[in-house]
Ligand binder design. Structure first.
Ligand code: AMP
Length: 190
């Protein structure tokens, strides 16, 4: 079983690389951002709860996010592995994921952090805005999302570094080159 986390700030290319990884390794893709967007689009009770938070670019509270993640993992007990995308984003989420995995006799094999400088991110997101309208990509919200990443989410990296599971991959370059670098990490840990 291969369980991996793809990590990086908004606009780092997590979505693009995730698609390629799930195809190659047959993983179940769990993107908490996609799940929350599905709930808000479908106006579910959870969607109503998180709508305003998401629209502001802030992080959804840990208990809500962790409960949703665990429910999603439990839907596919026979998965070949999971690719977590956009989760964990806080140390509390990382600890909860470890506890949950241990209860299920599973483990996180590696964390791939896409390294992209802030200036490059802003340019990429500006380009993405031209083709895909996402409410949370407006300037102010984008600043908030990037700020959330640098104030809260980066602290997750030392957590995995201490466990010897962190691999930093240069997120600048051709999509396939970046993908090859990620695959090299996967080959190393499996
Ligand atoms: P994303 O597409 O991963 O950038 O997620 C979009 C939005 O969903 C974020 O700005 C947060 O409001 C919320 N979100 C997604 N994943 C998480 C998470 N792990 N913890 C808290 N909030 C999250």
């Amino acid at each position: 079983m291969l369980n991996m986390i793809i990590f990086g700030p908004p606009g780092a290319g997590k979505g693009t690389q995730s698609q390629k990884l799930i195809e190659k390794y047959g993983l179940v893709h769990i993107s908490t951002g996609d799940l929350f967007r599905w709930h808000t689009r479908n106006n579910t009770p959870l969607g109503k709860k998180v709508n305003d938070i998401m629209a502001s670019g802030a992080l959804v509270p840990d208990e809500i996010t962790i409960a949703m993640l665990e429910e999603e993992v439990q839907k596919t007990p026979n998965a070949a592995g999971f690719l977590f995308d956009g989760f964990p984003r806080t140390v509390a989420q990382a600890e909860a994921l470890d506890a949950f995995m241990t209860r299920r006799s599973m483990t996180v094999n590696c964390v791939v952090a896409l390294d992209v400088p802030e200036e490059e991110l802003r340019q990429r997101i500006a380009k993405r805005k031209e083709i895909e309208k996402r409410a949370d990509d407006e300037e102010e919200k984008l600043n908030k999302r990037i700020a959330e990443y640098f104030s809260k989410t980066v602290h997750v990296l030392p957590y995995y570094e201490r466990q010897g599971k962190l691999y930093t991959v240069n997120g600048i370059g051709a999509i396939d080159e970046i993908f090859q670098a990620i695959c090299a990490v996967v080959e190393k840990v499996t």
